[in-house]
Ligand binder design. Sequence first.
Ligand code: UDP
Length: 196
Amino acid sequence: NNSIRILGVKVNKVNMDGAYNSFLAFMEKDRVSMIFTPNTEIVMKAQEDQELKDILVDADLVIPDGIGLVYASKLHGLGLSERVTGIGLMDKILKYCNSTKKSIYLFGGKPDVAKEACENIEIEYPNIKIAGFSDGYYKDKDEELKIIDKINEVKPDILFVALGAPKQEKWIYEYRKILNTKVAMGVGGSVDVWAG
Ligand code: UDP
């Protein structure tokens, strides 16, 4: 995937179709692919967070989830054609899971939020397998590792992580090698949108 740098932050030069095609390719791989969806605020945060910048460089797909990124690209002739929202790509992935009967796991959000988001996803997409969910307010390492065990037991095809940015990016990056899933995507506030 060809990528550009906006204020030193890697973003892939993709529109929604390109992002979705990358996702489809990730489903064929034998390792965890990481998808992140930075908006302008995250690009600004990354200015003082080299770790976050490095994680985005290593990510498999970084979509421009902010109109500010598209404007910056226009100003500097970098070639981003459109904003690609995380919630939009998540929806395309959910549709795909619905038609192929794939499983998802939702990790993050407040306790009721994770549960309600799953219930609403199930109403909208009844053929999706909800492999499980966990809220994003674990107390310590022990609880965190239990969540990883729970995810790995059910082996979801897709793992959506909503811990807010940059926590979710760092979490996915830290555990990418031991997670039993094909795609791990940081989805932030989208879980609240799904919870309604
Ligand atoms: N969140 C979480 N654990 C945390 C911090 C945040 O599960 O330790 C959840 C929060 O409840 C919300 C989601 O992460 O559902 C996104 O949080 P926020 O709106 O702060 O992040 P943003 O979408 O702005 O990145």
